[in-house]
Design a protein around this ligand. Structure first.
Ligand code: URA
Length: 273
């Protein structure tokens, strides 16, 4: 544990507080990002909710839970829904399950180690990600890379990076709940395939996609949520941190909490044979 960290236990859950801010680079603000996911949160604590039990259930849920459910859910009607990585990739890049597909240059499925211990989930691709087909390659991505480096991991090495929605929302707006629901089966399947030991939700839309409940980041920090059996830690989105560098210390504390959570989770089973 970083010697600069001190621990303060607040109302039932560990919250990590720092004496000083972690020195991540002071990158230019990602001015494109707006929306409720980036507002400071002060609401009461949220509660644990377990994620959808299966890919199929998630697909059906995606179709039924939303007021604006897509007419053709992407996966639920496919009998062969237990996709492998190539099948999942193909499905994502050809997806037209919601309106976000109308404006994209390309879908951005995700990047990284397919047997990663860590899964970081962001909100959705921005302009650069839409052009390059890889998540978190803009200014927020540079900060995310620095955050990963501080944990001793790197893009492609023990970590997978994905988004709640795989297509860029127009003008980088926050994705709508029905768009997140339509895309959720893909995230669900990514999690099933990777079986990460910890999931870090970056910002409110990612946390809400995973936890299926209203989340305020400020209140949810430091709590041990679960997606099925997998622990979920909630922290600020890197784009928020670019605009609010004073909160980088809190994000570093959250990453320390995530690391400790991972270290206390069972190691991955090694595939036989
Ligand atoms: N912000 C996100 O949430 N995801 C990206 O891929 C890039 C910026």
């Amino acid at each position: 544990m970083d010697s600069r960290a001190i621990i303060s236990v607040i109302s039932g859950g560990p919250i990590w507080r720092l004496r000083e801010t972690r020195e991540w680079p002071n990158l230019e603000e990602d001015a494109n990002r707006t929306g409720p996911g980036y507002a400071a949160d002060t609401s009461p604590r949220t509660r644990v909710l377990v994620g959808a039990a299966s890919f199929e259930a998630a697909s059906v849920m995606a179709a039924s839970a939303s007021e604006h459910a897509p007419a053709e859910p992407a996966v639920a009607k496919d009998p062969d829904h237990l996709l492998d990585w190539p099948g999942l990739h193909a499905r994502i890049v050809s997806c037209a399950a919601c309106r976000l597909s109308d404006h994209r240059t390309q879908a951005v499925p995700g990047v990284g180690d397919h047997s990663a211990d860590w899964l970081f989930v962001g909100e959705g691709p921005g302009a650069e990600e839409d052009l390059r087909g890889e998540p978190f390659v803009g200014q927020a991505g540079k900060l995310l890379d620095a955050m990963l480096a501080s944990l001793g991991i790197a893009r492609g090495d023990r970590v997978y990076i994905a988004n709640a929605v795989k297509c860029r929302p127009p003008n980088n707006r926050t994705p709508e709940p029905d768009e997140i629901e339509a895309c959720f089966p893909y995230l669900q399947r990514q999690i099933e395939l990777i079986q990460p030991r910890v999931i870090v939700a970056l910002g409110r839309p990612a946390a809400q996609a995973l936890l299926k409940q209203e989340v305020r980041i400020g209140a949810a920090r430091g709590q041990a949520f679960r997606f099925g059996e997998i622990p979920v830690v909630v922290t600020y989105h890197p784009a928020y941190l670019l605009r609010n560098p004073a909160d980088k210390g809190k994000a570093w504390a959250d990453l320390c909490f995530a690391k400790k959570t991972l270290e206390s989770s069972p190691p991955k089973a090694v595939a036989a044979g």
